[in-house]
Design a protein around this ligand. Structure first.
Ligand SMILES: [Zn+2]
Ligand SMILES: [Zn+2]
Length: 717
């Protein structure tokens, strides 16, 4: 029996008399004084007196957890060096979904006449009644949304007796229709789609890299694969890195398949999660589009996985069970013997190495779809042509903005830093305002009037005087964030309509969709944004992209810094000139000779990748070597350091495995916890998990101290 708890493994229980419960049965199991939900996992270990075993009760209406889902839980647990119960917890994230589906309450008009009853009808109440005058009963939330009123208005009508409540069985979701005609594909798209379908028809496990520049139409190609799998009646999981920013993707999906897919992400309400989980388990939902966690849904019959923007760093989950959703998706596909498609304009070196080695098939879309051409990229050398003092836009970028706006076109400025300024400094004493709980500066958010820590969320009002020397008016903002760039641009172009797009200025999918619409309809001339804006959007009138600080991602000890910066800059540049109008890109840099900048300017991706591969190979870094990180953390610095010392002493000596550390992490404190890091390094053919398990077993961890195991680390902070 496996319980969704961070325990060592499965526990033995007694099954109720009668027919044996097959593995995968959801049950209620007593543990201590509690009753928990769990899953029948397999044969008992034995060795415990039968009389001492406690009995489980099966949940009568729950679906079975399929074998492939159970194998996946075990596999992920082994790979990430986590207890299987912690992984099962991700599968069983909505326990209510195991209960039989409840009828839902919907509302219709009652027979009462408002006038005869003396009920006052406000305009809002009238709108609700008029929505109900045509069509079926609706849920309270639907009703409020359609009428554009608050839920309170619906409640008021109900208590006034003007609405009748009816119980409905939840209706099955509308299914995407694979038989709708797709769009006309270009010659290259059609060729790629044909090859992909050929692979699908062959059946079994396969990985296909769909590699094409931004705007080349990868989405339409994998939509053909989705149509094929839907026509077979099987399920499809699509993973996108930024669901909230993907309104255009959803519109394209709905246009192609005539219905929206189910979604799975952190912003879903509890009832929605319950509905989607249950429908996925029963095979009633055919397409799920989600974030990382969509991988752990209990698919009844998954037939295809698609990972869009497979290189995106957000597929790495850093909390709890630390895993890379792309890599685990490949494993899930292998266990289920199904195809998986990885799409990207800038594939990760990991995926490219697998393609080079012939483990993955590779489909290439060589050009932009339609008439659009790749934008022209120019480097602005900030050492030779710097911006005016205290400003961030070089003369060349200001001039390009002037021309673009004068031509009636749109421009976008990119800076991957939220807020107004990353640092507040005292001019009198040099004091820097830091987070009290993290080794990090507080970022000024001037619009919100706060100083915020981007690591832990700590927030405070800007102090009136220096907290250190008490000097008045001596605190100054240092460096730019998107808000500050917006201020500079507004002063330069007072006539332009300007919008800032960052995760703290655009909250939720609806706000994002609205902003995207405003840009499409050209209600906005100039957009200033962070990476959330870099993804997938298509704005025909956007012809200029300016990158304020192209070097931003290159600092620090991350072995993937150059690769990631290249991916980010390519993606941002891809926003320029995606229709008939050619685009141009200006990158402001202090390092124009850096390989990333040279590659951006020349457009020679292959050469950059070759150099980057050679460098990684020489350093035995991923994908040509293996890494794992151990992060020891706790509120008591002495205990953390002592644990780290013990770990260092006990690290087993094995040829071909190097242990580096301990060393204080770059983020030496995070949320009040002190942190020490180890890095474990080995060749590609070495399995690090048994080594780490053996190592951890040799050390007793004092209370309050935690050791986080991170296989294939992507964060080196
Ligand atoms: Zn903090
Ligand atoms: Zn001071």
């Amino acid at each position: 029996m496996l319980l969704p708890l961070p325990l060592a493994g499965a526990y033995d229980y007694r099954l109720p008399p009668g027919d044996p419960l097959p593995p995968g049965t959801f049950v209620e199991a007593p543990l201590g004084g509690r009753h928990l939900l769990g899953v029948v996992w397999g044969e008992p270990e034995g060795g415990i007196d039968e009389k001492k075993l406690r009995e489980v009760t099966p949940l009568p209406d729950a679906p079975l957890l399929p074998e492939v889902s159970r194998d996946f839980v075990d596999w992920v647990a082994r790979y990430t060096v986590q207890p299987p119960g912690s992984v099962l917890r991700m599968v069983m994230s909505v326990s209510e979904a195991l209960e039989p589906p409840r009828p839902v309450t919907a509302y219709m008009r009652s027979d009462l006449d408002p006038e005869a009853e003396g009920v006052r009808l406000t305009p809002a109440r009238r709108r609700v009644l008029s929505v109900l005058s045509d069509g079926p009963p609706r849920l309270a939330t639907e009703l409020a949304r359609e009428a554009g009123v608050t839920p309170g208005v619906v409640k008021g009508l109900l208590s006034a007796g003007l609405l009748d409540a009816v119980q409905l069985r939840p209706s099955p979701p509308r299914q995407p229709d694979p038989d709708r005609p797709g769009p006309e594909l270009s010659q290259y798209q059609a060729a790629a789609a044909d090859e992909l379908l050929q692979t699908l028809r062959t059946g079994g496990f396969s990985v296909t890299l769909l590699d094409g520049v931004t705007g080349s139409g990868k989405t339409e190609v994998y939509f053909e694969a989705i149509a094929h799998v839907l026509a077979e009646g099987r399920q499809v999981a699509v993973m996108l890195p930024e669901i909230a920013m993907s309104a255009q993707w959803f519109a394209r999906f709905a246009e192609r398949f005539g219905a929206a897919p189910a979604t799975w992400h952190s912003e879903l309400s509890r009832p929605e999660r319950r509905r989607v989980w249950r429908n996925v388990a029963e095979g009633k939902v055919k397409v799920v589009v989600g974030a990382r966690s969509a991988l752990f849904l209990p698919y009844a019959d998954l037939g295809l996985i698609v990972i869009d923007e497979e290189h995106d760093a957000s597929f790495k989950q850093e909390d709890g069970v630390v895993y890379h959703a792309r890599d685990m998706a490949v494993v899930r596909a292998q266990l289920g013997e199904i195809p998986i498609v990885l799409a990207s304009a800038t594939p990760s070196l990991e995926t490219l190495a697998n393609a080079d080695a012939g483990r993955y098939a590779r489909l290439h879309l060589p050009e932009r779809h339609g008439v659009a051409e790749l934008p022209d990229v120019t480097l602005v050398d900030m050492r030779r042509t710097p911006p005016p003092r205290g400003k961030w836009l070089s003369p060349a970028l200001t001039e390009a903005l002037t021309e673009t706006l004068a031509a009636g076109e749109q421009a976008m400025l990119f800076l991957n830093r939220r807020g107004y300024a990353p640092l507040t400094l005292c001019r009198a004493c040099g004091y820097r305002i830091e987070c009290p709980r993290c080794t990090a500066w507080l970022v000024e958010h001037r619009l919100a009037g706060r100083l915020e820590c981007h690591h832990c969320g700590h927030s405070m009002r800007p102090p009136p005087q220096c907290p250190n020397c008490e000097a008045e008016g001596a605190l100054v903002a240092c460096g730019p964030g998107v808000e500050r760039v917006a201020e500079e641009v507004a002063a330069l172009f007072p006539e332009a309509a300007i919008a800032v797009m960052a995760s703290d200025t655009v909250r939720g999918p609806e706000a994002a969709a609205e902003l995207v619409r405003q840009i499409q309809d050209k209600e906005i001339d100039l957009l200033i944004g962070t990476q959330i804006m870099a993804k997938g959007h298509h704005f025909p009138m956007l012809t200029l992209v300016g990158v304020i600080d192209a070097d931003l991602g290159l600092a620090g000890g991350d072995p993937r810094a150059a690769e990631r910066t290249f991916q980010m800059l390519s993606q941002v540049s891809g926003r320029a000139g995606r229709a008939e109008r050619p685009g141009r890109v200006l990158l402001q840099t202090y390092m124009p000779e850096h390989p990333v900048m040279r590659a951006m300017a020349s457009g020679d991706r292959e050469r950059f990748l070759a150099e980057e591969k050679a460098a990684r190979q020489a350093a035995k870094l991923p994908p040509y070597g293996r890494l794992a990180a151990l992060v020891v953390s706790g509120p008591n610095i002495a205990r953390v350091e002592e644990t780290a010392r013990m770990l260092a002493l006990k690290s087993p000596r094995v040829d071909g495995i190097d242990v580096l550390g301990p060393a204080p992490a770059p983020l030496a404190t995070l949320r009040g916890r002190h942190r020490q890091r180890f890095l474990v390094k080995a060749g590609r053919d070495v399995r690090l998990q048994p080594y780490i398990r053996q190592w951890l077993a040799a050390v007793k961890v004092p209370s309050g101290v935690r050791i986080k195991v991170d296989i294939d680390p992507y964060s080196f902070l």
